[in-house]
Design a protein around this ligand. Structure first.
Ligand code: TXA
Ligand code: MG
Length: 326
């Protein structure tokens, strides 16, 4: 059984000690929970891949306190990075840079680049301080599943892992994973949309490439089937949802906005109308919908009226597997 403990000073000390002795720990960030190990501990990095069942070609994000720590990881920190870090760090922005040779291959799945991010959650920052070095951490879910936004989500995914230490820092504020920005090419390029939006980045960097990356080999975590609930899920236009529910006898779990009449056997989870609140609730809602054990999860199509809604769409399309067709 995993061990959920509050993210208080004594337990953060215990977590840091575990990292120092080659262990892995789960810690909260403002986006989703992370499963962390020392960036320089090859055996501990291996156990992250093993625990998650993560394909060996999917690189990890190194979590840092700030720009200073990136100097031990990447070669090409430049004035753009200074600006981005000053504006968005600590926060949900991950930068892909050129890796320093001494960083183990296991930290980057053999790539010559490394993803770095300074998380904003106070417990994550305290853990980084006490540990004193970068912490590589993917989202703390079993590979291919919905990312965890509470300690209990993590415990549910790793129920069979004895003594896995989970620092409980409450529900993650942002609720979807960080924006991943690749700075190693001619143009800055968004590999994964998130709460730091393309518009915000454009204001600072000028032209950027923000074509959503669907399945490119350099960022395998962005493959279409990522972030899926176990129950088949489908996006349905608002105007067709009611009819669809009236027509079917099988029980459906429905993520919808207020206003629809959902009658048994169907079960509704009402979603907020604002993009940031929707993102905050999304993964909990998908896990809850999964737990209903319905035949399908139907998701009322949200608007795509802002960058953040587009990041939400990205996750919904992955959850429903529909991005493959776009
Ligand atoms: O918000 C987040 O980013 C969370 C929290 C824990 O920080 N972490 C997270 O990690 O979502 P993970 O491993 O689930 O997703 C990392 C993403 C993957 O899509 C991975 O392929 C991409 O970042 N990535 C990591 N290193 C990369 C690299 N060197 N080049 C391109 N993509 C990279
Ligand atoms: Mg993940």
């Amino acid at each position: 059984m995993p061990r959920i403990v509050p993210a208080t000073e004594p337990f953060i000390h215990e977590a840091a000690a575990r990292l120092r002795s080659g262990g892995v720990v789960v810690f909260p960030t403002e986006t989703v929970y992370g499963l962390g190990a020392s960036t320089f501990d090859i055996a501990a990095l291996d156990s992250i891949y093993q625990l998650k069942g993560r394909p060996a070609n999917n690189p990890l994000i190194a979590h840092v306190l700030g720009a200073q720590q990136v100097r031990a990881l990447a070669t090409n920190w430049d004035s753009r990075c200074d600006q981005l870090a000053a504006r968005f760090w600590p926060g949900p922005l991950t930068l892909v840079l050129t890796k320093i040779d001494s960083v183990p291959d296991q930290a980057t799945a053999g790539l010559k680049t490394i993803a770095v991010r300074a998380p904003a959650h106070a417990a994550a920052r305290r853990l980084l301080e006490l540990f004193g070095g970068p912490i590589s951490a993917p989202s703390a879910n079993r590979s291919g599943r919905v990312s965890p936004t509470t300690a209990r989500h993590v415990a549910a995914d790793f129920a069979d892992v004895d003594d896995l230490l989970i620092l409980d820092g409450g529900p993650c504020q942002v609720g979807i994973e960080s924006t991943v920005l690749d700075l190693t090419g001619t143009l800055p390029r968004i590999l994964r949309p998130g709460a730091i939006t393309a518009d915000q980045l454009r204001t600072m960097l000028g032209t950027i490439d923000d074509q959503s990356i669907v399945s490119q080999s350099s960022s395998p975590g962005t493959s279409p089937a990522h972030y899926s609930p176990r129950t088949p899920a489908q996006l349905v236009e608002s105007s067709r949802l009611q009819l669809r529910l009236n027509e079917t006898r099988q029980a459906m779990a429905v993520l919808c906005f207020e206003g629809l009449h959902i009658n048994p056997p169907h079960r509704a989870i009402v979603m907020p109308r604002s993009a940031d609140q929707y993102a905050h609730k999304l993964y909990s809602a998908l896990r809850q919908a999964d737990a209903f054990g319905c035949a399908m999860i139907l998701i009322e199509q949200p608007p795509a009226s802002s960058d953040l809604w587009r990041a939400v769409h990205d996750r919904l399309q992955r959850a429903t597997g529909s991005q493959e067709t776009l």
